[in-house]
Design a binder for this molecule. Structure first.
Ligand SMILES: NC(=O)c1ccc[n+]([C@@H]2O[C@H](COP(=O)([O-])OP(=O)(O)OC[C@H]3O[C@@H](n4cnc5c(N)ncnc54)[C@H](O)[C@@H]3O)[C@@H](O)[C@H]2O)c1
Length: 448
């Protein structure tokens, strides 16, 4: 097939599937895009005024294309679309395995495998199956096996097309990607997928590689990004001991054009559903292939991140001195409602375990879901404004870099006398905190 595919199905209406398909539908009005999910509630939310994913710019695009050439359908009702599809994207979760071989490290491919079974059974004619989910190297082999063992007459080509969007900037990343990566061995299938992205991405930014390189490149890119955060975070601790300031060090280091300024902000640590999971997947692959030294090298990036979260939680715990803690920010980063693997989960767990009372505020995260993730502890509650969370607190932990935390009116915040503000993101107005008479601890500086 050399012409542009006309019918696309995406299995998985999550943080990747929803925004990615919305942008494809917007940029390719001649292509019908159908997004399926087993979670009917999530599909209903995509069809409502209250989208399940908070992402700047997303509601505007959804308004433009939903019902025109983008359709969100519960999976059971979308089998006809699947049968007719020219291209099927698999965009389901690939979390770290919690049991069985490789538990705690290897990626769990059960959701992907379920998709492959479904595609094998439903697809008619020739279908291009695209791994959009992040996979371990050689996962496509497994998909190919499932497709050929279970097919009912259809033929398939499998491609790897890992997604590089970052939550919080997903629409910008999708509309203006640094690159689109297509890995595959079937030239016609590669050309067909390329023709979709070519509608808005310059040809030199559409990279093509072998399948295994594409799968590994995604893990490698996330490992390098996480490594930069752990590198600067490891130095933040040394700065606190020596009187150096990590922001100054990062600014100097980042001006080296070989290094660059991005991803050098010291913080309470990286979170999100991808960095740790993908590092662990890489570590597992290295161990599996008899490379323990390489595995240990990348394990260090994970370990520093865990250490940084716990180091900061200990600072907050000490600052609280048995008083109530206000946690500002539950999302793993600003401009998303996603709190998977967020620093807030780790810090709240530790504070609650030590018996402290925590009142949290986040402008976008659903506090009920966050509390449920913590196991609905009795000492945890959610405020509807930052001011409400701050009132009466003995310590404040700023855990997400939401813009509104930069301009908190500390002079009128009713913290308890002698309260300590612990800034895990280096966003608070330090002068305003000091002038209001509160103590301040920031990451990477001994005397803020
Ligand atoms: N979130 C990110 O920033 C990001 C960025 C790049 C790549 N990725 C990768 O993309 C993949 C998806 O991530 P996500 O954050 O969108 O996950 P998600 O959990 O938000 O969404 C996955 C969706 O798939 C659905 N699903 C699971 N199994 C299904 C099945 N058999 N049939 C139909 N639907 C099914 C789930 O109900 C869920 O709605 C992962 O592999 C992830 O590593 C994520």
């Amino acid at each position: 097939m050399n012409s542009r595919p006309r019918k696309i199905v995406c299995i998985g209406a999550g943080y990747v599937g929803g925004p990615t398909m919305a942008v494809i539908a917007a940029r390719c009005p001649d292509v019908q895009v159908t997004v399926l999910d087993l979670n009917a509630e999530r599909i209903a939310a995509w069809n409502s005024g209250s989208l399940p994913v908070f992402e700047p710019g997303l509601p505007e695009i959804i308004r433009q294309v939903r019902g025109r050439n983008l359709h969100f359908i519960p999976q059971a009702q979308g089998l006809a679309a699947l049968a007719e599809a020219d291209v099927v994207f698999i965009s389901v979760q690939t979390p770290t395995k919690t049991s069985g071989a490789g538990a705690g490290k290897a990626s769990d491919l059960q959701f992907v495998e379920a998709c492959a079974h479904l595609i094998a059974q439903q697809a008619r004619g020739h279908t291009i199956v695209v791994e959009k989910s992040t996979m371990p190297v050689r996962a496509a082999e497994r998909i190919q096996q499932i497709l050929s063992a279970n097919q009912t007459g259809g033929t398939f080509a499998v491609l790897s097309n890992p997604e590089f969007l970052a939550e919080g900037t997903a629409i910008r990343d999708l509309e203006h990607p640094d690159r689109v990566l297509i890995g595959g061995e079937d030239p016609a299938a590669v050309a067909a997928l390329k023709s979709i992205y070519a509608a808005w991405v310059a040809p030199e930014k559409i990279l093509t590689t072998g399948l295994w390189s594409a799968e590994l490149s995604k893990l490698a890119a996330n490992a390098f990004l996480a490594q930069r955060i752990s590198s600067i975070n490891s130095l933040s601790a040394l700065c606190e001991q020596t009187g150096a300031d990590v922001a100054e060090v990062a600014a100097v280091v980042g001006t080296d054009s070989r290094i660059g300024p991005k991803f050098l902000q010291a913080s309470v640590g990286f979170g999100g559903s991808c960095f740790q999971k993908d590092l662990l997947s890489l570590i597992y692959l290295c161990e599996h292939h008899g490379l323990p030294e390489v595995a240990a090298y990348w394990q260090g990036v994970v370990d520093i991140n865990e250490w940084q979260k716990h180091r900061f939680a200990a600072v907050v715990q000490q600052a609280a001195a048995n008083r109530r803690v206000a946690v500002l920010g539950l999302a793993f980063k600003k401009d998303t409602n996603d709190f998977r693997e967020s620093a807030a989960l780790a810090v709240c767990r530790r504070l609650l375990q030590s018996g402290l009372e925590v009142v949290a505020y986040d402008p976008r995260v659903d506090g009920t879901r966050f509390a449920a993730e913590l196991g609905n502890p009795s000492h945890f509650s959610v405020a509807s404004t930052a001011a409400q969370a701050l009132a009466g607190a003995g310590a404040v932990a700023v855990l997400t870099e939401w813009d509104e935390f930069r301009s908190i009116a500390w002079a009128s915040a009713k913290l308890s006398p002698g309260a300590m503000v612990c800034d895990g993101r280096n966003v608070v107005d330090r002068t305003a905190v000091r002038q209001a008479g509160y103590g301040l601890r920031v990451i990477g500086s001994a005397a803020p």
